[in-house]
Design a protein around this ligand. Structure first.
Ligand SMILES: Cc1cc2nc3c(=O)[nH]c(=O)nc-3n(C[C@H](O)[C@H](O)[C@H](O)COP(=O)(O)O)c2cc1C
Length: 169
């Protein structure tokens, strides 16, 4: 089994989350890399990708992931497990909360990847999100709301990384 954490981060928050998540899984994670330095081809060196992306500009991918998005199209991710974590802001952007993890999952899904690490929406206050699955009961991955839920970050990371340990093949 080989696991990589690949993230994009414009102002550093998702980078902090990536490092915390990697630390919890340090016996499993081989590399932690920014997506701007990680080609789609390179991602395929790993059996499991833990992908971090913040949502920017009312429902858009963070810019480094946006730059990588088209290139993914040329690759087959069958047999690759993908987990997503996203940073967002449910208070200021309630209609686009965490859209980016949803946009990226749909891309990876179309390329054959298997989703792990989905996360319940209970306990979040927002209006709409492209990250919803299963009638709105789950996000595609772990969702952080930077300003209104700072106190639950560490606890959520602990629970989610335990869940990933069970789900990673
Ligand atoms: C201009 C701007 C637009 C944003 N748009 C959204 C959005 O549409 N949805 C959302 O959930 N969060 C949104 N956010 C919140 C960011 O996702 C959040 O600040 C995140 O932690 C940034 O991550 P980074 O520091 O890794 O770049 C926005 C923030 C800014 C400054």
């Amino acid at each position: 089994m080989s696991v990589a954490v690949v993230y994009g981060s414009t102002t550093g928050y998702t980078e902090d989350l990536a490092l915390k998540i990697s630390k919890e899984l340090d016996d499993l994670v081989e590399v932690v890399r920014e997506v701007q330095y990680t080609s789609a081809d390179k991602m395929l060196d790993y059996e499991t990708l833990i992908i971090g992306v913040p949502t920017w500009h009312h429902g858009q991918l963070q810019s480094d992931w946006a730059d990588r998005y088209e290139e993914l199209e040329d690759y087959d991710f069958s047999g690759v497990q993908v987990a997503f974590f996203g940073s967002g802001d449910a208070e200021r952007y309630p209609e686009h909360f965490q859209d980016a993890i949803g946009i990226l999952w749909r891309k990876f899904e179309s390329l054959g990847a298997e989703l792990i690490g989905k996360w319940p929406t209970e306990g979040y206050a927002f209006e709409d999100s492209q990250a919803l699955l299963d009638d709105g009961k789950f996000f595609v991955g772990l969702a952080f709301s930077k300003f209104d839920q700072p106190d639950v970050v560490d606890e959520r990371i602990k629970r989610w990384t335990e869940q990933l340990r069970d789900e990673i093949d």
